[in-house]
Design a protein around this ligand. Sequence first.
Ligand SMILES: [Zn+2]
Length: 359
Amino acid sequence: MLESGILHGTTFQKKLVAGALICGLSAQACAGVVLLYHHVDEATPAITSIAPDQFNRHLDIIEDEGYTVLPLDELVRRSMDAGPERRKSDEKIVAITFDDAYRSIYTTAFPNLRARGWPFTIFVATRLVEQENPQYLTWAELTEMSGHGATIANHTDSHTHMIRRLETETADAWKGRMNGEILTAKDLLVEHGLDSNFFAYPYGEYDAEILALVGQLGMIGFGQQSGAIGPHSNPLLLPRYPLAGVYVGEAAFRDKLRSLPMPILHPGIEPLVSDNFKPPLKLSFVTNTLNLSRLACYGPGGRMALSETSASNILATPLEDVSVGRTRYNCTLPKGNRFYWFSQLWIRKKDDGSWYYEP
Ligand SMILES: [Zn+2]
C-alpha cells in the first residue's frame, strides 16, 4: 500500500495506485514474480552465485511451468495495474533481474537468454563499471545487451549501504550524499543511452527516508525480500526472490515461481531494530475469506508463534532474537499447489552501536 507523503507521483506511479484498486477487486488474479541473480558462475562466492547448469535449469523450469518472461516495466504494470484484459486470465508472468553487473551475466547468462529471446534487467552500480574492473561488465557489453532485450537500471553509483549514516553526517548531508549516489548513476546511464526508472537498493537495505528519497525521484524501488508483486505491494519496495547459494533448489524454485502476493496491507515497518530484538510482525489481511490456520511464518529459531489480534490481523513473534546483520521473516499460506508469500527484512547493528563488517 502506498504511504501518503512518500510519493510525489509520476504518471507511472499514479497508474499503479489506480491499478491497485482495480486489481484488489479481482481477488488474486494480479500476481507477478521477479527473480534476482548476481553471479552465474561456480568460482564466485556461493552466497551470491548460481552455477551455470542450475541457472539454465531455472530457465527450463520457467518454460516448463508455462511462464512468460516479461520486461520489468511490463511485469510491474501487469502485476499491479490490472486492465480488463489482465483480469480475465490468471497469467503466469515472471521477470529476471541481475544485480551488480558481474561479468558472468554477459559471458554465461546472456547467450542463453538471447537464444530464448527473453528480456532481463541488470541493476548497475555505475562506479564499478567506470573503474573497468575485469570482474564487472563494460559499457560496451551493457549497450550490446540493451540491444537484445536488457533493461539497464540504477543500483547507486558506489554500491553503498544507504542506511548507514557517517558518524559526523547531518541528516541533510546524508540526504545529499544519497541523492548524489542515485543521480550520478542516473547521469552515467543516460550518458550511455541506458536509463530506466527502476532502482534496486544495494544489499536490499532501506528505511522510510530512503524509500521517500527514491519516491521523490519518481522511481520504482526493488528490495531483496521474497514474495510476489500484487495490488497491495509498495512500488517503492517491490519484492524479488534472491536465488543463490542454498536457495536454488528446483522444488523451492517452482514454489517461488508460482507464488502469490500475500493479501495484506503493506506493513510499512522500519527494518532497523534497536531495542526489541524480537520484533513482532503484524499481518493485516485485506480479505476474511482465507483459512489463516494454515499460515506459517519462519524467523530466528524456527516457526514463529502466531496470535490472532482480530478477525483479519495476525501477530507473528519470533522464538529468538534477530541476529546482528540482516534477517528475514518469511510467511506463507497455501492456496492449492501455490503459496501466498510475504517476507520482512530486519537489520541489527552490533551491540556497541557500530555497523557489522560486510565486504
Ligand atoms: Zn548489489
